[in-house]
Design a protein around this ligand. Structure first.
Ligand code: PMP
Length: 390
């Protein structure tokens, strides 16, 4: 195959970044965008103000270290990671440009074309596309309402001893909303140690939790140093800052730092300063508590509308957190064709489910996001979807 043909095959238009979704008057259940109304505008403008008034602007306009701004990494370790349930140090944290960069770096570090990686099926389409660009063969482990099927995972690890890593989203998974049980979290940490395989734990939705019960991350059970934890401010603060981070054992983290040095040298110094001042002057715990309430209301509105307007033959699990409802349609249908019809005739959009499967063989699922649709528009959008499905 020519170099050009290989490139064309690996790089595909992502179903989560389809320009169709932004058409005027569209009721969009597509992108997993946070609601702009919950952006902490006054806190961020205070952070800007502090940055200017402290006279640190010169430093903020200068190059910084590849690992990221020391005081920000310190705050992440002491405040945000502590709240997430991981005891860690500044030295275990590297700032990334969104957690998408953490996924991308993981693929670049561990995968050569043709290598096997293990992930959930279905899983985050943006990760699948990244793994595909790296030339990985993705083996999907079925995801249940309480996380990956561990038996299937173990069998796959036995069969594919050369697999490069396990990629998992334990908290309110994208796209299924699944919340991994405590038992499975411990089992995965154990399997990582037994098989010596890295686990990439992607946790962007962990704080968007509607349950009282907070389950500790897989990283908190990591005895082998094999668990690499990725997080981000995209869903809790605002994605435009592009501040994410990797928390890992120092020996692995050093490799990520070297790779970042060859990639973008460092994440934006200004953005890191803003995030640092935000964390210095704001109450993180109160922030996540208030953000949860916004999305809980959206989730409830969407579930009520689904019960009212969609046929009973459509199944779903009510998500206990995160941004998504994953619908299983009763019959196989061309999900992309369905999207073309709903956008053309009903002005309502969703993300077709097939792209979330590494095997690309299922087309009777659709992903609805409630995170960025005005509460008042949710019932009307679901009603239109119900009409289209008729
Ligand atoms: N992982 C998952 C599971 C996601 O859903 C997303 C965003 N949609 C990301 C990573 C990337 O987030 P970020 O904005 O931090 O790059």
């Amino acid at each position: 195959m020519s170099a050009y043909a290989t490139c064309v095959e690996r790089f595909i238009q992502s179903d989560i970044r389809n320009p169709l979704y932004d058409k005027p008057d569209m009721i969009s259940f597509s992108a997993g965008r946070p609601d702009a109304a919950v952006f902490p505008l006054s806190d961020i403008s205070t952070a800007f103000h502090v940055l200017f008034s402290k006279g640190e602007l010169v430093q903020a306009l200068q190059y910084g270290t590849t690992e990221g701004l020391g005081p920000l990494r310190e705050k992440l370790a002491a405040v945000v990671m502590k709240e997430a349930g991981v005891v860690t140090d500044t030295g275990n944290i590297m700032i990334t440009t969104g957690s998408q960069q953490g996924i991308n770096f993981s693929a670049q570090l561990f995968v050569n074309p043709g290598d096997t990686v293990i992930c959930e099926t279905p899983t985050y389409l943006g990760a699948l596309n990244t793994f595909s660009v790296a030339g990985a063969q993705c083996i999907g482990i079925p995801v249940e309402s309480d996380g990956m099927n561990i038996e299937a995972l173990q069998q796959t690890l036995e069969k594919h001893r050369d697999a490069k890593f396990i990629y998992t989203i334990p908290d309110f998974q994208n796209p299924t909303g699944s919340y991994m049980s405590l038992k499975k979290r411990k089992q995965i940490a154990e399997l990582a140690a037994v098989y010596g395989i890295p686990v990439i734990e992607d946790a962007p939705y962990s704080e968007i939790r509607f349950t009282e019960e907070k389950l500790p991350p897989i990283k908190s059970f990591d005895t082998s140093g094999m668990v690499i934890y990725l997080s981000t401010f995209s869903k809790t603060l605002c994605p435009g800052l592009r501040i994410g981070w990797i928390c890992a054992d120092t020996s692995i983290l050093q490799k990520y730092v070297l790779l970042k040095g060859t990639s973008d040298s460092q994440s934006s110094t200004i953005d890191q300063f803003l995030a640092y001042y935000y964390l210095t002057n704001s109450d993180w715990k109160a922030r996540v508590a208030s953000v949860r309430q916004v999305y809980l209301k959206r989730r409830n509105t969407m579930i009520e509308a689904i019960k009212k307007y969609l046929p009973d033959t459509i199944s779903y699990v009510v998500p206990e957190g995160g941004f998504f409802v994953w619908l299983k349609l009763p019959i196989l249908m061309d999900d992309k064709e369905l999207l073309n019809k709903t956008t053309a005739f009903w002005n309502v959009s969703f993300v077709p489910g097939s792209g979330f499967f590494p095997e690309k063989n299922k087309n009777n699922y659709i992903r609805l996001s409630y995170s960025n649709t005005p509460v008042d528009a949710i019932p009307e959008g679901i009603k239109r979807l119900g009409q289209a499905l008729q």
